[in-house]
Design a binder for this molecule. Structure first.
Ligand code: JD8
Length: 402
């Protein structure tokens, strides 16, 4: 990739000689050229700015030097690329620009040639944007909702974000995959030696060598952190508005494949943490049997199955209403949908119900916390399945009580 940067402070871009970007330049993966705008101002003082028409504070950058500088970059670059008609995508950082994101970094990384125009003062004469737009693609991008004194810092960040996506720049491209903003989730916490530091231990799961467990723990950390720190990154509607926004239906055998997927996604942490394999490896036939034997409700968002719960009269205990397989898609967890599902499942209980029953992993801390908060009590002894506990709550007619 060819990169050209125009600035009145070319030395500001010196950090791009360092580290991985510097190495990528030396390895020929990146062809970066920095140009001094003042080289295109021909008066004695190499003036690139003047007072703003209409008055006001500060100075505005003149169109002349900019158009000459951009012309020079295009001519020099096209000849270097051996494509006389080639033009770069011109990126002009500005506080009013389109927010720069990982998605835009990916788009720019697919370009063969980028040119960056670093403004200063109060900005660049607006006619330069129009002039350039008639000659090449122009993207006005903002680094973030705060004010800098010029475009150089933004260009440093954008060049690094783009260049590190180029093949060969980052040693193991694998590490690019699990990064924040790559898939809309923030990164998981990282640790290194010593295992004990300042009386603080590294999470046990990371020391166990069980890669499935580690992957599940890390995914869960990513979802929780994103929900806590950047809920804006999570799909809005289904998360915020709750079940109401989702299409609810009684499940049919046709839902079995999607239900199997959701079940495995929801049981992965259980499997990882406690080896609760049974449910996580339920064959499709058994999923269909479950749909036949339970009143199973499913909720879809844009066709994707994102939540489910099933209920039935306890076949062995009259008056007991069983609630099971309460599931919320991992990316929607942590937003109260589970509690809503539970309340909904309770509301389906027939009039003659006196006890609400459910079952969960004996060590499923989050589930146990939610059920206890909803008034359920853990029954003594092992639950209906190995490694589980049963929980019940008395239901007096019309109302639900502990
Ligand atoms: C380019 C001149 C300074 C901006 C008067 C302060 C980006 N996220 C960002 N914040 N600020 C910039 C940015 C600021 C710039 C220039 C980018 C050129 N300035 C101006 C308008 C108000 N001064 C930016 N990307």
């Amino acid at each position: 990739m060819r990169l050209d940067v125009i600035s009145i402070f070319p030395e500001y871009l010196a950090p791009l000689d360092l580290s991985l970007i510097g190495k990528a330049r030396r390895d020929g993966l990146l062809d970066l050229h920095v140009h001094d705008l003042r080289d295109f101002a021909h008066d004695r003082h190499r003036t690139v700015d003047d007072s703003p028409y209409g008055g006001g504070a500060g100075m505005v950058m003149k169109a002349g030097p900019w158009s000459e500088a951009i012309d020079h970059v295009v001519t020099q670059g096209a000849s270097a690329l051996g494509e006389p008609a080639a033009v770069p995508t011109l990126v002009v950082p500005g506080p009013g620009g389109e927010p720069f994101t990982q998605q835009i970094a990916r788009e720019l990384a697919d370009e063969p040639w980028l040119a960056f125009a670093c403004g200063r003062y109060e900005g660049i004469d607006e006619r330069v944007y129009e002039w350039a737009g008639e000659r090449m693609p122009v993207r006005v991008l903002s680094l973030g909702d705060y004010v800098l004194n010029g475009g150089e810092v933004a260009v440093l960040a954008m060049v690094e974000a783009v260049a590190r996506l180029l093949p060969g720049v980052i040693g193991n491209a694998e590490s690019l995959v699990e990064e924040s903003h790559e898939d809309g989730l923030l990164e998981y916490p990282v640790y290194t030696k010593p295992a004990e530091w300042d009386g603080r231990a590294v999470p046990e799961v990371l020391l166990g060598g069980n890669h499935r467990a580690i992957a599940a723990w890390r995914q869960e950390q990513r979802v929780q952190r994103t929900a806590a720190r950047r809920p804006d990154l999570l799909p809005p509607a289904a998360a915020a508005a709750g079940l109401r926004e989702l299409e609810e239906r009684v499940a049919t055998p046709a839902d079995a494949p999607d239900l199997q997927v959701l079940t495995r996604a929801c049981w992965l942490p259980e499997i990882a943490r406690y080896g609760m394999f049974a449910v996580g490896e339920e064959p499709l036939e058994e999923v269909r049997d479950g749909i036949r034997d339970w009143d199973t409700r499913v909720w879809r968002k844009d066709g994707q199955l994102v939540a489910s719960v099933r209920v039935r009269r306890d076949p062995d205990v009259a008056g007991t209403w069983q609630i099971g397989r309460l599931m919320v898609a991992p990316y929607l967890q942590g937003r109260g949908l589970g509690r809503e599902l539970l309340e909904y499942a309770e509301s389906l209980a027939p009039e003659d119900t006196d006890t609400l029953w459910l079952n969960t992993g004996a060590k499923s801390t989050e589930n146990l916390r939610m059920y206890r908060k909803a008034g359920y009590r853990v029954r003594p002894g092992e639950g209906a399945f190995p490694g589980t506990v049963d929980l019940t709550k008395r239901r007096s007619s019309g109302t639900v009580s502990g």
